[in-house]
Each structure stands twice: as structure tokens, then as C-alpha cells.
Design a protein around this ligand. Structure first.
Ligand code: NAD
Ligand code: GLY
Length: 367
């Protein structure tokens, strides 16, 4: 079966295809034969995903004469740590994965980041395949080569850039994804419209309900448009040395402070924090006179219509403190992604702290 959509990430020798559409997992066995001479293939996954999606994948590999070797890890952000990384690397070494082998990451962003990092450091770099199973992983974390684990000093602080050999997003797997996770991933889809593609945002206003209802054509179009936008950004600024890749952080500076204040817990998923953060980026930009209040209201209305919160009143001083510890802060200050309107984001490094404080205090009062 041909994928509904194919997007190329053009990075020369590190370039790869992203295949998107229903039914792709069932034919993965034969596709993998083109990617590696290895026959024993480690499939790194978590126990939630394994319960739903491992058996058909294993069957497809066995039908192609391959020897699948599942490595099932506990689900959740807690697995992105040194102990689990060490366990995973030991398992991969025990399977004798060679530098011509292939590590498969079957799961959400947690599995993709962890297995990708393990592949990056194993034998100084083994190819890996991203098989994203959450909407967030399909539109964001599986593409672009950022891999990492968390340490007590902060999230994603130990990692490497390691581009996958291919990304295969089988939209059928989203059938089992809880609705809340689906909505959180949808926030990252909206991000691509808001940061650089007003027409895509307008399309989402009309078709977002279809995306969340997992309509195959709507999903394929939303995912393909999102990853095409991410691919164009990653091609220009692969390792975020300039300000181009930083645009992907729209809503993240505010959102990260909210996640930190809520203890990176189930109280607020990453995508939910990004949705509130994007609404805040628009309200803040409107307050600074950079964009119209109509645009800010339109963004809030769309997020709310799709079941995402746009406000979370938390103490301004605490949020500010988290922002000052944000890992994106460097010698040039803390970058804010602001907007001149829908589809017109830019990086601002000269935002006065006093203006941020006044805005956060107004947000707290408005609650
Ligand atoms: P996740 O991987 O924890 O998945 C969310 C939950 O859904 C988990 O419980 C998981 O077991 C379950 N799940 C996954 N797929 C499922 C399916 N098809 N059916 C049923 N349940 C399923 O979370 P996530 O939101 O996918 O990823 C978050 C992680 O991604 C964070 O660690 C974040 O740092 C990282 N991230 C990385 C990048 C990057 O560029 N590398 C970008 C954004 C986020
Ligand atoms: N998720 C942000 C990035 O990939 O750069």
C-alpha cells in the first residue's frame, strides 16, 4: 500500500522520508528490508503501546523473514532517565545490534527521545526508525533528530542530534490514543498554522474536529502539513544554532513555566501547556501592540472549540522565576516567540522583564 502522504526532510546524507497514512504498520516488514541488512531487529516500545500495536508489527516482521526483538519499557516521562537508558543500551548490546543494524522506536515522544538517544550513543551511532504512535510524536518529536533524557537539573538536558533513517506515521494507531493525548498533540498541529501558515490555521478551523475524530484524510493532511513545515525549518537550522528552529517554540516559554509550576505532572500535559502558552503569546503580543486583539481572540476561540484550555491562572512571580531558569535562556537573554498576527511569528530577545511581569500579573488578575 502506498502512503497517503510522503514528506522529505532534505538534509543531504542525513536526509529521510516521512511516510504518513493508514495501514502502514502492517507492511513494515517488507519496507524494513530496504533499510538494513540486519535480520534481528530491536523494537523499543512501552507497555501501553505494546498491548495495542506490537502483535501486528511482530507478525509483519515475521512474514518478511525478520526476527523482531521487542524491548518493552514502563510508560511515562519517568522512563527518560539514565537508569532506563542504561538498561536499554545493555539490551541492545545483548542483541548484538551492529552499526548497520536498525533500532525501531515504537511509541510516543518518550520512546522516540529515549530510543533515539540510545541509538545515537550505541557504538557511536546506529540508524533508527521512528514509528510514532501519538499525534504529538507524529507532528513534532519524531521529526528533526532531537533525542534526549531528563536529569534532575531539567528536562531534555542530556541528549544528541541524531536524525532517524525514516519516520513512518501509521494514522490507524491513533484509534487507541486517549482523547486527552489526542487534544494535547493537536495543540502542536495548531502551532504550525500560528507560526507560519495562516491558510493552514483557517483549514484547521474548518477541519480540526475531523482531525480529532481521526478522520483518515483530515489526519493525513494535518500531519503532512505539520511535518512539511517542521522539515523546512529543520533543513535551514538543523541544530538550532540560529533563530529559525527556535520558532518551533511558539507558546513554549509560557507553557514551560506552567508545566514547571504544575510539577510536570498529569495535571497539565505538555501539549495542553503549549495551547495555553500560545494563547498567552497572542495576548502578550496584542498587549505590546504587535498583533490585533481580533487575532488573539480567534486563536483562543479555536483552541477552546477543540477542547483546549487557553488560561491557567498561576502566581505571576512563580511563573517568572521558572522563566528565568528556562534552558532556552542564554547570554542573549530569554527568547520569546511573539507574533504580528496569525502565521507571523518571530523571535524577540529584547522583551523587558517588567513587561512580562506586568502581563503575567494581569493574567493572574483576569482569572
Ligand atoms: P508519551 O510518549 O508519554 O505518550 C503519552 C501516553 O500515551 C503514554 O502513556 C503512552 O504509553 C501512551 N500511548 C502512546 N501511543 C499510544 C497509542 N497509540 N494508543 C494508546 N496509548 C498510547 O508522550 P508524548 O506526548 O508522545 O511525548 C512527550 C515527550 O516528547 C516528552 O518527553 C517531550 O520532551 C518529548 N518531545 C520531544 C520533541 C523532540 O523534538 N524530540 C518534541 C516534543 C516533545
Ligand atoms: N520541538 C522543537 C524542535 O524540534 O526543535
Amino acid at each position: 500500500m502506498r502512503p497517503a502522504e510522503r514528506v522529505r526532510v532534505d538534509l543531504g546524507a542525513r536526509g529521510y522520508d516521512i511516510l504518513i497514512g493508514p495501514g502502514l504498520m502492517r507492511q513494515l516488514g517488507s519496507r524494513v528490508l530496504d533499510l538494513t541488512p540486519a535480520r534481528r531487529l530491536p523494537i523499543v516500545t512501552d507497555s501501553h503501546v505494546a498491548g495495542h500495536h506490537l502483535p501486528p508489527l511482530v507478525a509483519s516482521f515475521e512474514a518478511a523473514g525478520l526476527e523482531p526483538a521487542p524491548i518493552i519499557l514502563p510508560p511515562g516521562e519517568g522512563s527518560k532517565d539514565f537508569a532506563t537508558l542504561q538498561h536499554l543500551v545493555s539490551e541492545l548490546l545483548a542483541l548484538d545490534v551492529s552499526r548497520k543494524g536498525l533500532v525501531l522506536a515504537l511509541g510516543g515522544g518518550v520512546i522516540g527521545d529515549l530510543a533515539g538517544f540510545a541509538a545515537a550513543i550505541l557504538k557511536r551511532g546506529v540508524p533508527f526508525l521512528q514509528l510514532p504512535t501519538t499525534l504529538l510524536a507524529m507532528v513534532d518529536s519524531s521529526v528533526g533528530g532531537k533525542t534526549a533524557i531528563n536529569v534532575p537539573a531539567g528536562k531534555n538536558l542530556v541528549g544528541a542530534f541524531h536524525q532517524p533513517a525514516m519516520v513512518i506515521a501509521d494514522t490507524d494507531v491513533l484509534a487507541t490514543l486517549p482523547d486527552r493525548e489526542m487534544r494535547a498533540g493537536y495543540a502542536e498541529v495548531v502551532k504550525y498554522g500560528l507560526l507560519g501558515d495562516a491558510a493552514f490555521f483557517a483549514w484547521l478551523e474548518a477541519h480540526g474536529a475531523g482531525v480529532l475524530a481521526r478522520s483518515p484524510p483530515d489526519l493525513a493532511r494535518a500531519i503532512a502539513t505539520s511535518v512539511r513545515a517542521k522539515a523546512r525549518i529543520v533543513e535551514q537550522d538543523e541544530q538550532e544554532t540560529g533563530d529559525i528552529r527556535a520558532l518551533l517554540n511558539l507558546g513554549h516559554t509560557f507553557g514551560h513555566a506552567l508545566e514547571a509550576e504544575t510539577g510536570f505532572s498529569d495535571r497539565l500535559l505538555h501539549g495542553e501547556a503549549v495551547a495555553i502558552g500560545m494563547a498567552q503569546a497572542f495576548r502578550f503580543s496584542a498587549r505590546l501592540g504587535l498583533c490585533s486583539t481580533d487575532d488573539a481572540r480567534r486563536v483562543e476561540a479555536h483552541l477552546a472549540a477543540r477542547g483546549l484550555a487557553t488560561r491557567l491562572p498561576l502566581p505571576a512571580e512563580s511563573l517568572l522565576r521558572h522563566m528565568l531558569h528556562d534552558k532556552k535562556r542564554d547570554e542573549r537573554g530569554l527568547p520569546f516567540i511573539l507574533v504580528r498576527g496569525i502565521g507571523q511569528a518571530f523571535v524577540a530577545r529584547d522583551v523587558p522583564l517588567q513587561a512580562v511581569r506586568a502581563f503575567l500579573e494581569a493574567e493572574e488578575r483576569a482569572a
